[in-house]
Design a protein around this ligand. Structure first.
Ligand code: ADP
Length: 269
């Protein structure tokens, strides 16, 4: 732990040097050590890609930011506010429920399975949460929803149902839906792995646009290495519960330091 405080239940990290910080995070499921004393940080507006073999803990990192999975020990902070905070005695203090809800409200995640509401038309899929969670007026939510659906190339599909769309189109709706929450942080978990290459390429093009035109902080778990190379500021290579290399993409892809990284890259490129 790099930060300590005398307050028994601190909720802020003080001046913020970075936007997301994982500090000495460990997590095991039974005997399976998934994350082993792992630390990293992500700057505001940075695009960070998490790569590495299946089962190396990448999704677990994203799930911790969504507070879907709790670390066994360590500290996680977002935007200068703690999600989990380990005290000097080693006890883990989750921030209060209201506090976590507020921090969580700044983060959205897109999953491999798009999870659209099948009984709602495309526009309503995108406006539902802004209206019911953020308290936006229907008019406001629909205006923003139209803009976002235009941006992902689905301005003509507002009245379609998800089942009438291709997988790639559904995933683009899911991206628009996530952006409609005006998040500070967008988490993307293998969002193209269920798609044919051509449809995956359309989705990745949309994300390139998002990366180019917004200052949103992005954490991306992907096997699409060309995409990782194009959009990332930093690539984290996971293996055995550790980050074994953390570098700018040009450096990591051109001259990986570890044999494990080299063999992984050979297997996916
Ligand atoms: P990755 O995203 O790198 O493929 P994950 O973070 O999904 O890896 O999973 C890391 C490891 O944790 C895997 O071995 C997985 O089986 C295990 N795991 C993840 N969630 C659970 C859970 N809820 N219960 C038990 N094991 C889990």
């Amino acid at each position: 732990m790099t930060q300590s405080t005398s307050s028994p239940e601190p909720t802020t990290t003080g001046p913020r040097a970075e936007f997301i910080r994982f500090d000495e995070i460990s997590k095991r499921f039974g005997d399976n050590v998934v994350l082993d004393d792992l630390s990293f940080s992500v700057g505001e507006g940075q695009r960070v890609t998490l790569i590495g073999p299946s089962g190396s803990g990448k999704t677990t990192i994203l799930r911790m930011l969504m507070t879907l999975t709790r670390p066994d020990s360590g500290t996680i902070a977002v935007g200068g506010e703690y999600l989990f905070h380990e005290q000097r005695d080693g006890g883990l203090v989750p921030a209060s429920e209201a506090h976590v809800r507020r921090v969580r409200g700044r983060i959205t995640m897109v999953f491999q399975q798009y999870n659209l509401f099948p009984n709602m038309r495309v526009l309503r899929n995108v406006t539902e949460a802004p209206i019911h969670v953020l308290g936006r007026s229907r008019e406001q939510a629909e205006q923003r929803g139209r803009e976002l659906l235009d941006m992902v190339g689905l301005g003509e599909k507002l009245d379609s149902y998800p089942s009438q769309l291709s997988g790639g189109q559904q995933q683009r709706v899911a991206i628009a839906r996530a952006l409609a929450m005006d998040p500070d942080v967008l988490l993307l978990d293998e969002i193209t792995s269920a798609l044919d290459p051509e449809l995956a390429a359309e989705v990745l093009d949309v994300l390139r646009d998002v990366a180019r035109t917004s200052d949103i902080t992005m954490l991306v778990v992907t096997h699409a290495m060309k995409f990782a190379r194009d959009v990332s500021d930093k690539v984290l290579m996971f293996d055995g519960g550790k980050i074994i290399e953390a570098k700018a993409p040009a450096e990591l892809f051109e001259s990986p330091e570890h044999e494990r990284t080299r063999s992984f890259l050979r297997s996916v490129i």
